[in-house]
Design a protein around this ligand. Structure first.
Ligand SMILES: [Fe+2]
Length: 320
């Protein structure tokens, strides 16, 4: 897993001036981390403006300080999302960063009940946020440090899956929460793949590709053994790479044998992967992503009806 063990990137946009806990902030300069603010000093609007003028996108926090930071951000999230003086873009950025931090901890210890509880509460915030205003989704597409792609992608897939389920199906709140949790940890099995394979920029060999494909089944087996994940969560983890025509993995089941939450996750997963910047390729525009996916849908990748409904929902967020 590509992730610096000592430093965590915090997007500048997610730091609200005068509302940041007492932790040190660092800037990355070349390969070094330089102290920007010591723990006792407040992060002010002047700081924010100065950094923005210098095109600073990320500040860094020692990973040991993340617990304090996460607790602070998660506690103040409800108040922050309710503030009328903040636009939805600013709220989206903070929600995104806070959720990414939560997913990082989930990937480190999915068996911990407290992490699951945090994750559940985060899903509720994401759900309320996207349900209140689907356009708010756009603000969840902020820039995230490449090293954190997998976590940022997870938050985006969760927001998309929740939106699709909210628009198309009438789920009980608990099941909706499980859709969100399953989407946040859908790629958990990637933690079993070595970083040499995951970080490789060149094409993967057959053996490497075989190993990557195992993330679905391995993630499923591990989380099932944890014992605190519902069938909906496990289905998303296991089946998000199945194809409607049966040519997917890990099981090759097809059509509506693939659980519906898995079918939705498959569509949201591909869309999110296409519209996000990667280290080895630039993000596709919304239109190009849909075009690519429509070609894939014609070849049998997705449930055709579900795919068309997805396109309609996404078109509302990205009007032409
Ligand atoms: Fe995956």
């Amino acid at each position: 897993m590509s992730k610096d063990r000592y430093w965590r990137a915090i997007s500048l946009d997610s730091i609200s001036p005068d509302c940041f806990p007492n932790v040190a902030l660092f800037l990355r300069s070349g390969g070094n981390y330089v102290l920007y603010k010591d723990p006792d000093r407040k992060f002010t609007s002047a700081d924010f403006n100065r950094l923005e003028r210098n095109f600073t996108e990320f500040l860094y926090v020692r990973s040991g300080d993340m617990e304090v930071l996460n607790e602070f951000m998660e506690k103040s999230l409800a108040d922050l999302l309710a503030r009328e003086d903040l636009g939805s873009a600013a709220k989206g950025r903070v929600l995104y960063q806070t959720s990414v931090n939560c997913v990082i901890d989930m990937f480190e210890a999915p068996e911990t009940a407290s992490n699951l509880a945090r994750c559940r509460s985060m899903v509720q915030h994401i759900m309320q946020f996207v349900a209140a205003d689907p356009h708010a989704m756009e603000s969840l597409q902020t820039v995230i440090d490449h090293n954190f792609y997998i976590f940022a992608h997870a938050v985006q897939v969760a927001a998309l899956s929740l939106l699709v389920h909210e628009k198309l199906f009438d789920l009980a709140p608990d099941e909706m929460a499980d859709v969100g949790i399953g989407s946040l940890i859908h790629d958990y099995g990637m933690t079993f793949i070595t970083s040499e394979v995951l970080e490789k920029n060149d094409a993967l060999s057959d053996i490497e590709y075989y190993k990557v494909k195992q993330h679905t089944q391995k993630g499923y087996e591990y989380l099932k053994r944890c014992g605190n994940y519902s069938e909906v969560v496990l289905n998303i983890v296991r089946y998000h790479h199945e194809r409607y025509d049966g040519n997917g993995y890990p099981t090759g089941i097809k059509g509506d044998d693939i659980p519906r939450s898995g079918q939705v996750a498959a569509i949201c997963d591909v869309y999110s992967a296409l519209i996000m910047d990667r280290a080895h390729r630039k993000a596709s525009s919304h239109d190009d992503a849909i075009k690519t996916m429509r070609d894939e849908a014609r070849k049998g990748a997705f449930n055709p009806e579900l795919f068309e409904r997805f396109v309609e929902i996404i078109a509302e967020i990205h009007p032409v």
